[in-house]
Design a binder for this molecule. Structure first.
Ligand SMILES: Nc1ncnc2c1ncn2[C@@H]1O[C@H](COP(=O)(O)OP(=O)(O)OP(=O)(O)O)[C@@H](O)[C@H]1O
Length: 374
């Protein structure tokens, strides 16, 4: 593992192709910066990342030759402040291992991880404890609630182990319980709650410590679809209201598309594509991703920004119904159907382009359309 004792590490801003760029051109330091990260399980795991020959083997070949599994293979990315960063992939692709290495619940084999520029791999035990308790709180699928404690006391638990006084932690817990929609249930025990309500308690407990980043490990996969939908809405609402940074693991593509500002799609320990939902659905990096997103209703993910063409003349640019550039193709289809003609794409009073029947149909069909902006 790392022998690095520096408190901070230099971040190679080009390594992950995304560092520092928060999409607005501003340079904001990332919350997490991960570079060249490996986690190999098995005998003499350290030799795998260092060996070009072993690192190039397929998972099956590697297992056969060395008895090792490379759960995370040479992964690099940034988690930007305020975004929902989704790690998605099929079972066994390495999602849980990757997210657990961020706070060293699992020790990486090699590579670097920084939180707000601070080297996570050189943190001592006390600093790590502080990281997990205050800065990066995890919400697990199995919520790990204490069965004999009330909802309020379960939520206050994280504050209790931080040494916060009783009155103060109960006041804070009550506030967070209300925030996740559990007001009135404070004195119940976990056994008296539905699965969805228990998950809300788990979420409230993580929120109570006011962490900089919330890490969700498939938190909703055990919930039935309606309650799951409810909890997704809850996460979207909390994110909108608080702008808290979130890292969210899921194997469910729809959940990833609904929640993610950006999605890292994993396969066999590697990130095969990292991008916005629209980039992943609209420009899959390879056949694997293309196959993965094949059944996604494109009109609900793609926006008119991708579908628009320049206005043909001043009349087209200046009159008629308008939509915002972030409107989905599905919304624009409705507007075009109602108006019977092209619809303008307008931002801050300026016409960026227009969308018409042909362009919108091309997006739905997944084929390039003539005159559509690249
Ligand atoms: N402690 C371990 N020892 C050996 N191999 C492990 C260990 N933990 C995970 N693995 C292997 O690492 C790979 C990635 O596992 P991981 O749990 O990270 O995947 P995942 O994408 O989170 O899967 P799931 O969605 O099923 O939770 C798998 O092949 C798994 O068998």
């Amino acid at each position: 593992m790392n022998g690095d004792t520096k408190e901070t590490i230099d971040i190679d801003t080009k390594a992950a192709g995304t560092a520092g760029d928060n999409g607005t051109g501003d340079l904001e330091p990332p919350v997490f910066a991960v570079r060249g990260l490996w986690k190999v399980f098995g005998p003499r795991a350290d030799r795998v990342p260092g060996s070009a020959e072993l690192a190039a083997l397929s998972p099956a070949e590697l297992r056969e030759r060395t008895g090792c599994t490379a759960a995370v293979r040479d992964v690099g990315f940034d988690v930007r402040k305020g975004e929902v960063f989704v790690v998605m992939g099929l079972s066994g692709s390495g999602k849980s291992t990757l997210v657990r290495t961020l706070t060293r619940l699992i020790e990486p084999t090699s590579g670097s991880i920084a939180i707000d520029g601070e080297d996570v791999l050189s943190m001592d035990k006390a600093r790590l404890r502080e990281l997990r308790r205050h800065r990066a709180a995890m919400v697990f699928q199995h919520f790990g609630l204490l069965p004999h404690r009330t909802v309020l006391d379960n939520v206050a638990y994280g504050l209790e182990i931080q040494g916060v006084g009783k009155a103060q932690r109960r006041a804070k817990a009550a506030e967070v319980v209300a925030k996740v929609g559990l007001a009135g249930l404070e004195e119940r025990r976990p056994g008296q709650l539905s699965g969805g309500q228990q998950q809300r308690v788990g979420l409230a407990r993580a929120l109570a410590v006011d962490p900089e980043v919330l890490l969700f490990d498939e938190p909703f996969s055990a919930l039935d679809p309606l309650i799951r939908r409810d909890m997704q809405e809850e996460v979207i609402r909390l994110h909108r209201e608080e702008g808290r940074t979130m890292v969210f693991i899921t194997h469910d593509l729809n959940e990833a598309l609904r929640l993610g500002d950006r999605i890292a799609l994993m396969r066999d320990g590697r990130i095969v594509q990292l991008g916005t939902p629209e980039e992943i659905v609209g420009s899959p990096a390879d056949d694997y991703v293309r196959d993965f997103v094949r059944d996604v209703p494109r009109e609900q993910v793609m926006t008119v920004r991708t579908a628009m063409r320049p206005a043909a003349d001043a009349t087209e640019a200046e009159s008629g119904p308008a939509v915002a550039p972030g409107a989905t193709v599905s919304e624009a289809i409705e507007a075009v159907a109602r108006s019977g003609g092209p619809v303008r794409v307008v931002e801050d009073g300026r016409c960026l382009g227009v969308v018409d029947h042909a362009a919108l149909l091309a997006v739905v069909a997944g084929v390039p359309a003539q005159g559509v902006a690249a």
